[in-house]
Structures are given as C-alpha cells and as structure tokens.
Design a protein around this ligand. Sequence first.
Ligand code: PPS
Length: 572
Amino acid sequence: TQMMQNNLAPIPELYVSFESAQKMKHEAGNLTSHDLTPRQICDLELLMNGGFNPLKGFLSEADYNGVVENMRTADGHLWPIPITLDVTDAFADTIELGQDIALRDQEGVILATMTVTDKWVPNKAREAEMVFGADDSAHPAVNYLHNTAGNVYLGGPVTGIQQPVHYDFRARRDTPNELRAYFRKLGWRKVVAFQTRNPLHRAHQELTFRAAKEAQANLLIHPVVGLTKPGDVDHFTRVRCYEAVLDQYQPSTTTMSLLNLAMRMAGPREAVWHGLIRKNHGCTHFIVGRDHAGPGKNSAGDDFYGPYDAQDLFREHQEEMGIEMVDFKHMVYVQERAQYEPADEIEDRDNVTILNISGTELRRRLQEGLEIPEWFSFPQVVEELRRTKPARSKQGFTVFFTGFSGSGKSTIANALMVKLMEMGGRPVTLLDGDIVRKNLSSELGFSKEHRDLNIRRIGYVASEITKNGGIAICAPIAPYATTRRAVREEIEDFGAFIEVHVATSIEECERRDRKGLYKLAREGKIKEFTGISDPYDVPKDPELRLDTEGQDVDNCAHQVILKLESMGLISG
Ligand code: PPS
C-alpha cells in the first residue's frame, strides 16, 4: 500500500451548466420550496460538489435502510452516514411523489431542485442505535435526530443550481475538484489529510508531521468549518489559529483547505465517512487518532465508543475505500527529550516525565486566565483563543431559574439581580416569566408549542446578552427538559449557563397560592396548569437546586452568588 497514488481525474458534480442554471432558477420560482436548515445546507453543498460521491441526492428509503443497517446504499456502495432531508409533517403532507421541489438557503436563494421519489417516516430509535451506537440523547446527533430533525424524510436526486454562498474565508474553501486540480498542478500524487474541529496545538502539529513522513506524502490540513460539536471553539477563531501556525509547515508540501461539513460525532462510522470524503477530495491517506469524532460521554457517564474503535472500522474498509489510514496513538510530551511521542512508544518510560494537558484542562485554564505552557501550544494560538474567550470573570453568563408557578423564582431572581448590580461590572437584565409574557410573548398561551416558543425567545435574548458580555437572569417555569437543553446549548456558545432549579414542591406552591391560580386550576378554570394538569420535567442535573422551604429569599439568592463565585464568574 506504500504504492497508493491518487487518481486526480475530476469527479462528478451535480451542478447543471451556467446557462441551464439561470433558466432553472427562473422556473424553480414556481415550485414548492423547502427552506434548508444549516445542517442540510452543509449536506447539500457536499452532495452537489462531489464531496459525497457516489450519492446523487438525499437518500431514498431503500438507500437509507441499507445505510442504517449495514453501511451500504441499495446498490452496494459503502456509505456509513444517512444523508437525509428531514421535513415537518405539515410540509410532507403537501408533497406528492414525483414532484420537483426547490431547495432554498436561509435567505431564500434557490440552491437546487430535488425530484421527490421517496417519502417516509423513519424509525429514529433504530437509526440512533445503528448509526450512533445508542438511542441516548446525550449524543449530540441523537439529540438532533429526536429534537431538531423533522418527522418525515424526503428522498430523491438533486440537481445543483449554485453553491451555497460563503462570505468568510472564501480563498480557503475548495471543492473536491478544485483540490484535485491543485494537487494535479503541483504533482502531489500522495496526500495525507488531517481532519480537525479543534485549534491546532503542538501535539497535532507533531502528529501531522509524523503522518506525512510515514506515508511519504504531502499534507492537507482539512478543518471542518460547517457544524461541529456543540460547545466547540467557533470556526472563525479556529481558522485564525490555523493561519497562525501554517508557517510552521513547509509550504511546498503542505496546504490547508476548509471543509463545510456538518459533523455527526459518530465515532467509527464517522471516521469511515471522513475517509470517503477525503478520497473524493483527492487524498490517498487519512489520519485517524485516538477517539476520532468522539461525542463525549453518554448519559451514564461512559464513553460512547472505545478509543480505537474508529481505527478498527476504518482498517476493515480501507481497501474498498481506496484511502489508507495513518493511525496514531495518543501523543504526549516527554519533558527530558523536549518532544512529543506516541503514548505507547515511549522508551525508558520510568525515567522520563510525561506531560499532557487534556481538552478539559485547557478550557479550564483559558476560563480562569491561567498560564498555558509553550510546550503545549503556540503563543499566537493561545493569544487568539484568549481574545475570543476572555477569562470567565469577564464573560457574560445566564442564570436560568426553573420551577413551578409560585415556587419563588421571580422573588429570588429579583434579589439576585440587585445583588449583582450592587457588585457592578456587567449590565444585568431580568427576563422574568410574567414580564416576558407581557412584552415578548404577549400572544402566547400555555400549550406545549407555545411554552416552547416562549422559552426559545427567552433563550435567544439571553444568548445575545451573554454574547455581548452581560448577565441575563431568566425566571420562567420552563417545564420541558429538551427545551431547556436547547437554550443551554445556544448560550454555552458564548458564556456559562447556570440552571437553578427552584425546587419548591407542588404541595407547598399550592398551599402558598400567592396569585390564587392553583385554586382556579383545581376548579378547572385554568387549563394546562403546570403541576396540576400539565407536566413538569424535574431538572436532573442543574448547576444548583434551591430548597426554599425553611430558607429565606436572601439566603437563596446568596447561594446563587456563591455558585457563581465557585465557577469563576464573579471575582472579588
Ligand atoms: S412557561 O411554561 O415557562 O412558558 O411559563 P411562564 O412563561 O413562566 O409563565 C408562567 C406564568 O404564567 C401564569 N400562568 C400559568 N402558569 C402555568 N400554567 C398555566 N396554565 C398558566 N396560566 C397562567 C403563572 O402566573 C406563571 O407565573 P409564575 O411567575 O411562574 O408564578
């Protein structure tokens, strides 16, 4: 396999000619339109430009079943990840088989048309089990499947009209055929690709150097800038970091290109998928390290996949894929030799000092503004990261109270607001349940749909406040755990999210009945009343749980302050 070389002939794209595209665009204006989600836009781009070759569109039902059950399309091509067009029931009801629909981006620009050949309700639990290894919503893609994706899948061939428009880092984006042409021009017959969703530190650099040497290949640094794991460093910052370290590499044998992929964090299956995508981009080798595309811990606190499962699955299929794996063990720093070495190849292990900073430890140091040593990363990279993520005591954050009506949320939230204003330093906004319902959500009632909409609006405002360095205090009932989680994810992109469960029991709330609402609810005069005739998901893992029975308001608010202090959000 040392002989493996690339075939750099162009691969098929799904685009029509420029002239046809103009005409189609005009005609497609009359078609039923589907507004693509951010993930679907990523998928569509790679379908159209050949990144997902040999797929010709969103999966049909037969292809989907094959991919889910045994990683193969109906005609036998290896394909590990379902590329599906999920839509709502309401939209699906308007679609007849055989119909053409227009696929639009979020501004309404028509990117493609699709002939709908298939329409079905997928078994999502099965998809989760087979593709992601468990039907456990702690997995980001399983959570997406159940709580974001529509109930119905549409399948059929896609005709590409134009690429999704990107205004950022335009010069750094390449289609598979553009990369192929580039490699052809430079005579790069062997190319090893490095996939990443993280900033590059010294360990990664060492790994890529070694991989290129081992494969005697040129190097493509191929970071994902589509969708990665919730909570990752945003791609703008990452690309600035990559650009900062690019001069560490030999320009005649290394290049970087950005890939607009929506990752699923599917571990082993994802590794195979990444390999196929890189093969399409003209690469001959692909680096798979420890815990490739790992999703983190499951709801029992264990890893979803073994650390080297991805390497095993890749190895099984690499011959058929036509791209060879360069596998690596975990790289660690050996102080005495001042270099990185694979954890399993360290000589004289008992007499050397092995240093390592985990991702969690790095985040902690950044959050607390602590030192990050030179052996770990490059000064320019650390500087970029610090600029984007100032120490926690300088970031915005959101305190999110949840609990029954009359549990004391508003009173404690008000006390907390005043205490934070007394301290000063950051602007504070209180988004109290009742106030929000008067202003932001005045037209909404208390159905599940309306409550979710209400909470999403609160979450949106809180995330903007957090992003801009302020403090948002929210105090709605927020009865649904999945909605609270969605808000958490939205906010954690910008700062801390502190969920505070005001755990006053329903009996106590009803006994107090400060607004007289429980009485009306019991009499059936208020319908869908939380705790009486409507559900409340008790938070399983809140940052803080307040027991208000036998404790005064000041004390409760003070507990929140202590929590904020312990998290490094406020400093003395
Ligand atoms: S939710 O579920 O988070 O959208 O609710 P929220 O926006 O916090 O609104 C709750 C306040 O509305 C009053 N109210 C009701 N609560 C629950 N169920 C029903 N059916 C209902 N109807 C009116 C109630 O006064 C809540 O105020 P708080 O401050 O929680 O006591």
